[in-house]
Design a protein around this ligand. Structure first.
Ligand SMILES: Nc1nc2c(ncn2[C@@H]2O[C@H](COP(=O)(O)OP(=O)(O)OP(=O)(O)O)[C@@H](O)[C@H]2O)c(=O)[nH]1
Ligand SMILES: [Mg+2]
Length: 222
């Protein structure tokens, strides 16, 4: 099992180029219905979920991004193909915590998001994307609570680190690592974190490694 994962180069463009838009959904009945292992991007509006997805897969406009929070208003499903076989899926979710998004839309997607996390049986892991200048906000903690309920693996991505100098980055890493340690102990979880910049493509290697592990570990078990 290890051999296959290790044989992958985490910056392998042939692997990380093979992603395609599949469908959008606004409610559970529209989610794809099969057993593909799935990884989701969650986080506050404007944290950079769609940008991270594009950066990971070397695509500029796979997932749409915007300066205005609330850009992604549906769940967008993308398939990942390896050697011509669809082996997994990545999902770009609408962001939480942004009050200015039209109320009707928000009222629809909050339960859909909860429903997704609590019911999606092949969800193998979540990347919780945060703007590094506002880490672990109230809504992120609510998301951690949800993930913990189903024991879903998570990895925090502190994004937009191109906005910080090295000293601040180091301090931030220590502070957030310690907070996650407390959290992990309390909930018996094992989440980790990376400092990244989607715009500058910094820190993506370990994120790709995590993604491959979540997807391949499951595929190879079957
Ligand atoms: N400086 C900087 N800006 C970034 C980075 N990643 C994303 N952004 C910017 O942040 C804004 C929001 O990015 P999106 O990727 O649309 O964020 P999102 O989390 O998908 O937002 P919603 O779909 O509204 O939930 C855009 O203007 C991006 O260009 C980064 O690493 N550095
Ligand atoms: Mg988005």
């Amino acid at each position: 099992m290890k051999t296959k994962i290790n044989s992958r180069e985490f910056n392998d463009d042939t692997f990380f180029g093979n992603v395609n838009f599949e469908s959008s959904a606004s409610k559970r009945s529209q989610f794809p219905d099969d057993n593909l292992p799935e990884v989701a991007m969650v986080g506050r509006s404007n944290a950079g979920k769609s940008s991270v997805l594009n950066a990971l897969f070397n695509r500029r406009k796979l997932a749409f991004t915007s300066k205005t929070p609330g850009k992604t208003q549906l769940l967008n499903f993308f398939t990942i193909t390896d050697k011509k076989k669809v082996i997994g899926r990545v999902v770009d979710l609408p962001g939480y915590g942004y009050a200015k998004v039209e109320r009707k839309i928000r009222e629809n997607w909050a339960p859909t998001l909860n429903d997704y996390i609590l019911s999606r049986k092949d969800l193998k892991g979540c990347f919780i994307v945060m703007d590094c200048r506002h880490p672990l906000g109230e809504f992120d903690q609510m998301m951690l609570d949800l993930l913990q309920e189903r024991n879903i693996k998570y990895h925090v991505l502190l994004n937009k680190t191109d906005k910080l100098n090295n000293a601040v980055k180091l301090k931030l890493k220590n502070v957030v690592t310690n907070k996650l340690k407390t959290y992990n102990t309390y909930y018996s979880m094992n989440g980790s974190l990376s400092l990244i910049s989607a715009s500058k493509k910094i820190g993506l290697r370990e994120v790709r490694e995590k993604l491959l592990n979540w997807i391949f570990t499951d595929t190879l078990k079957k």
